[in-house]
Design a protein around this ligand. Sequence first.
Ligand SMILES: Cc1cc2nc3c(=O)[nH]c(=O)nc-3n(C[C@H](O)[C@H](O)[C@H](O)COP(=O)(O)OP(=O)(O)OC[C@H]3O[C@@H](n4cnc5c(N)ncnc54)[C@H](O)[C@@H]3O)c2cc1C
Length: 420
Amino acid sequence: MLRLQGINAIIALVIFFVVLHLAFVPEQHVVRTTMSTLLGGIGFLLMTCSVVLATRLEVFEDMFGGLDRMYQVHRVAGTFTAVFALVHFFSIPKELPAGVDPLLNSTFPSAQIGMASMVLLVIGLFVALNRKISYSRWRNPHKVMALVYILVIGHFVNAPGIFFERFSASGILLIVAALMGTIALIYTMFGMNKRTAMRFTIEAVNSLERATEVVLKPVGDMLTFKPGQFAFVEIQGKEWSEPHPFTISSAPGEDRLRFTMKVLGDWTRKVREDLQPGGKVIVRGPYGRFDASKAECRKQVWIAGGIGLTPFLSKLRAMEESDDREIHFAYAARSREEAIFLDELKSLATDLGNVTLYPLFSDEGDFARIDKVKERLPGQLTEYEYFICGPKPMVDGLMSDLKKEGIKRRRIHVEAFEFR
Ligand SMILES: Cc1cc2nc3c(=O)[nH]c(=O)nc-3n(C[C@H](O)[C@H](O)[C@H](O)COP(=O)(O)OP(=O)(O)OC[C@H]3O[C@@H](n4cnc5c(N)ncnc54)[C@H](O)[C@@H]3O)c2cc1C
C-alpha cells in the first residue's frame, strides 16, 4: 500500500536540520563552510534513515507501506547519502581559518576517516546499483556499510570545532541521530533475525509448471500473518545460502505454511531439484502491507502476472463468502499450462461469488494490459481500486497506462517482488 508518512517524516527531519543549521551559524563560518557542513549533515541524516529502515521494524512498515517500499527508500536514501558526501568532500574548505586549532576536540584524524568512509560509500553504492552483481554476491559486502556508518560518525564527531560544533542545535541533532542509528545497527546485526525466527520442517515439495510448492509444518507455534504477506525462508544446511523472501501462498488459519517458488536462479532451482521432505527451515516474518481488505474502495481490480499470483492466492484462499467486495481478478500467464493453480482459482471464484476471474494468456494474444482488462470490466476504470503484482515491466506498463486513464496513484497498490 502506498503510504507517505515515512517519506514525509524524512523530509521533515531534513528540513528541521537545515533550519537549525542555518539559524545558528557559528561566527567563524564562511558561507562555503556553512553550506558544505549542511550537505554533509543532510547526507548523514539520510544514511541514518537508511540504517534505521534496515531494522525491518513493523512501525516503519506502517509508515512506508511495507518492507519492499522500506528497502526502496533505503536504497534511494543510500544513493543520496553518497551524492551529498561527495559534494561535501569537494566543497569543504581545505584550509582552516587563521587561529583555529585543527586538533581542538579531535582525537582521531577526522579528514582521513571521512575520506576512507566516502571511498567505501561510493564503492558500496556502485556495487549496490550494479544489477550484474548477483544478490548473493552483493549481500555480504553490503554489510561493510555498517562499518562505514560508524566511520562517518567518527569523522564528524572528531572534526575540528569550526566544522562541527557539538553543542550547537544542529550538532546535537546529528549526535542524537548517530545514537539512534548505532542502536538500530546493533539491533539489525544481533536482534532482528532472532526476534522473528520461527522453526518449521519440510513436509512436502511439489513440482508445478516452472515452480515449486514447498509445504512447511510448524515445529512450535504457527506463524501469524495476513493474506498477501511474505516471509524470509532460510533452509538449514551448509549448502543453502542466505534467506530468500517469498509470499505466503497459504491462508492464515491453515495448519501448514505454503510457499510457491518460481524457478528463477540457482537457489530456486536447487529448491526444485534437491529439497527433500524432513529438512529444517527457519521462517522470518511476516512482512508486507499488500492488504486489499483495508482499501477504501469495495470495487477492486487485481492483476497478477505469472508468479505474482501468490499474494492473491493467499487472499482468495482466506476470503469468506460474506465478503462484500466486487473483485475482478486478471491472472496473466504465458500459456494455459503455465497458469498454476488455475483450476483452484476457478473453483474459488465460483464458490465465493464476488470474484470474477479473467485468465489472460499471452500466447493467445491476451496480455496483462489495461486495454485487455478494460474490455472485460462491467464499469469504468475510475470506479475501481487496483492491486498489482508481477514482473517489473508488466507493473511499470500497467502503472503508466492507469495514470493515463486518470486513476489516482493512491488507488494503485503494487507489491514489488524485489528489494534491490
Ligand atoms: C516481497 C517479495 C515477495 C516475493 N514472493 C515470491 C513468491 O511468492 N514466489 C516467487 O517465486 N518469488 C517471490 N519473490 C522473488 C524471490 O525472492 C526470488 O525470485 C528468489 O529469491 C530468487 O532467488 P534465486 O537465487 O533462485 O534467483 P536469482 O537469479 O539469484 O535472483 C533473482 C532476483 O531475485 C532477487 N533475490 C535473489 N536472492 C534474494 C534474496 N536472498 N533476498 C532478496 N531478493 C533476492 C534479486 O532481486 C535477484 O535479482 C519475492 C520477492 C520479494 C522481494
